[in-house]
Design a protein. Structure first.
Length: 246
């Protein structure tokens, strides 16, 4: 599988899903480009199309899911209230509620999970006042996050290469926060990892491996997670489509 080595690319990309970023110049005076995610295809959850208003603010996400021979369509919209409450509606009915902090990050999910950050890095999740997950970050990357396992915690370990996560995708995040990945991709639970993950697993970062394909701008267009071995090998694919913000 073809792999793009992002450090070799000269184009600079920054994804802003909640508010679009405009092109600018870097410290060397070189014109930079900005991109935003317009489509994400999840291996299991379906296809998600991200829609933006004239100001570049995310207005809706349209989901198409194939299940048991049937097609299901859902449209998610957002209602932000003055008190920092965010209502996420599915087909015009409230599906989830969240509380946002001053940085626009979810600090309370659906009334029973509390999310704590170090800047824009999610580091702890509590449920009904008890810690259920914590994340360790090193050099901008999640090296492990934990999950409650009876009276103890098990650890999801991760390793990384040198390829930069220019699109800021959230394929690695603290999943026990309860926020679905397609919504995590909007930036509501903070930043993705600085580099692209090359492997992870429970107690063993080599249990599964990741391969990526990218475009000329250094943005991931295909992510493949490969786990197991021999007859038990499996693959999970995720696809990304981007558009330049003018």
């Amino acid at each position: 599988m073809k792999k793009i080595f992002y450090l070799m690319l000269t184009a600079v990309a920054a994804v802003a899903l909640t508010v679009s970023c405009k092109p600018g110049t870097d410290n060397g005076g070189t014109t930079t480009k900005s991109f935003r995610l317009v489509k994400y295809v999840d291996a299991y959850a379906g296809t998600f199309d991200y829609k933006y208003d004239a100001n570049g603010i995310l207005s809706s996400v349209v989901r198409v899911e194939e299940y048991d021979g049937k097609t299901y369509n859902s449209t998610y919209t957002f209602n932000k209230k003055d008190d920092g409450t965010l209502e996420i509606l599915e087909n015009d009915k409230v599906k989830w509620t969240a509380k946002l902090n001053a940085n626009g990050l979810i600090t309370e999910w659906n009334g029973y999970k509390t999310l704590t950050y170090d800047g824009r890095k999610l580091v702890k999740v509590e449920e009904d006042g008890a810690v259920i997950s914590e994340a360790t970050w090193e050099n901008g990357n999640i090296t492990k996050w934990t999950r409650k396992d009876g009276e103890t915690f098990k650890e999801k370990l991760h390793k990384y290469g040198t390829d930069v996560n220019k699109g800021n995708i959230r394929n690695i995040f603290v999943e026990d926060c309860g926020v679905p990945r397609w919504l995590a991709e909007t930036g509501l639970i903070g930043d993705g990892t600085a580099n692209l993950c090359t492997g992870n697993g429970w107690g063993d970062a080599s249990a599964s491996r990741y391969e990526y394909e990218g475009d000329a701008n250094g943005l991931v267009t295909k992510e493949t997670k490969i786990g197991g071995s021999g007859e038990d090998e499996y693959k999970e694919e995720g696809l990304y489509t981007w558009e330049e913000v003018k």
